[in-house]
Design a protein around this ligand. Structure first.
Ligand code: GLU
Length: 367
């Protein structure tokens, strides 16, 4: 299947491929699928599309190789499998791309690398350098060292962060399901929801909560990640990567391919705001705001948070740390970078005419 430049939907994409697409039912890597995806990505590259790949499959491939035989705790098992499987998985991609003379590279990361702006920018620079040098970055979580609370929810979360960091026009999430259904995918009357906008009604209840057999994620996390990424200005496509030419069909504006697309908000968030929006778990403290400040922050106006709107402060933080912003009933309203350390902020509570405690440019308001 060929797409002409004039039919291309995007020029810059992040593609996430799930473990179920990359591995067979016995857990070994699925050469045919990997090679078909490499083939499609190569075609897109020839048309000038920039692609960053987020690939799962390390844990599944390692388990396929080593088996379940040994008695290991879950953390050790995941470390063993991912360490063995990552090599296998990346080699399969390298082999598949080398047929077309394309070089790919492994980028392993952890959630912690996203919590620190310097690490974040280093990672961003690494991926940009690879792209400038015509190398395809293949990103995965470093499952050997990121365990328990340090882990990403799954690679869907990681792919959302990568798409935002790279300023991709779209994130394409490929699994073994056709998209998000309006009921259980097993029921004959359920239909794939073709389009979700930032204004669409929440769907949580309709979405199946069952998990994929090899990966960590499920449709519900895909839905939440996709909404967040779309809110930040990036379209998200959720589609079946087991089908023929899925990627090329999605990328071709003239083809109507059944899958779910989350259409992005018109206004793009700045890169800093996107980064902040993903950093909730790294916030060092909390600012509790009064009802007046709450109303202003949640309105459509662009407003900074001033000390006069703050009623209390929790935790110890330094200037430049991320803090959660909550209302008096404890609801999370937003996350922002603070302009004061906690000691100074405490002294300024309720004061008029003081510089913002969180400037609008560094403030992310939740939905
Ligand atoms: N990073 C995991 C792997 O490579 C996949 C996590 C997920 O299933 O989303 O096996």
């Amino acid at each position: 299947m060929l797409i002409l430049k004039t039919n291309l939907r995007y020029k810059k994409i992040t593609v996430k491929v799930g473990s179920n697409v990359l591995t067979k039912s016995d857990g070994t890597l699925n050469d045919t699928n990997i090679s078909h995806l490499a083939d499609q990505i190569t075609k897109l590259r020839h048309e000038g599309v920039e692609v960053v790949l987020v690939s799962s499959g390390a844990v599944a491939a390692g388990r396929g190789e080593i088996g379940n035989g040994r008695k290991l705790d879950t953390v050790s098992a995941r470390q063993l499998w991912s360490a063995v499987g990552q090599v296998k998985m990346i080699n399969k991609w390298a082999e598949a791309f080398s047929k077309y003379g394309i070089v790919c590279a492994q980028v392993l990361t952890t959630k912690e690398n996203f919590s620190d702006r310097v690490h974040y920018l280093n990672m961003k620079n690494c991926i940009s350098t690879l792209i400038e040098n015509k190398v395809i970055p293949i990103v995965n979580e470093n499952d050997t060292i990121s365990v328990t609370e340090l882990m990403f929810t799954d690679n869907d979360e990681l792919s959302g962060l990568i798409a935002s960091m790279e300023d991709s026009e779209a994130l394409i999430i490929l699994s073994n399901i056709d998209g998000i259904y309006d009921g259980s995918p097993d029921l004959p009357e359920s239909r794939v929801i073709r389009e979700i906008t930032t204004k669409s009604k929440p769907l949580n209840e309709a979405i199946s909560t069952s998990k994929s057999s090899f990966g960590r994620g499920g449709m519900l996390t895909k839905y939440h990640i996709a909404k967040k990424v779309a809110k930040g200005g990036i379209n998200v496509h959720i589609a079946n990567g087991m089908k023929e030419n899925t990627l090329l069909k999605i990328m071709n504006v003239s083809v109507d391919f059944e899958h779910t697309v989350f259409l992005s908000a018109k206004k793009k968030s700045s890169n800093v705001k996107k980064w902040i929006s993903y950093s909730e778990s790294f916030a060092k403290g909390e600012l509790v705001v009064n009802d007046g400040a709450r109303a202003v922050l949640l309105s459509s106006q662009a407003t900074s948070l001033l000390p006069i709107g703050v009623i209390s402060i929790e935790g110890t933080f330094e200037k430049g740390d991320l803090v959660k912003i909550k209302d008096e009933t404890g609801n999370l309203i937003g996350i922002g970078k603070t302009e004061y350390n906690s000691e100074k902020a405490e002294k300024l509570i309720g004061n008029k005419n003081k510089k913002a405690i969180v400037h609008y440019d560094y403030l992310y308001i939740m939905e």
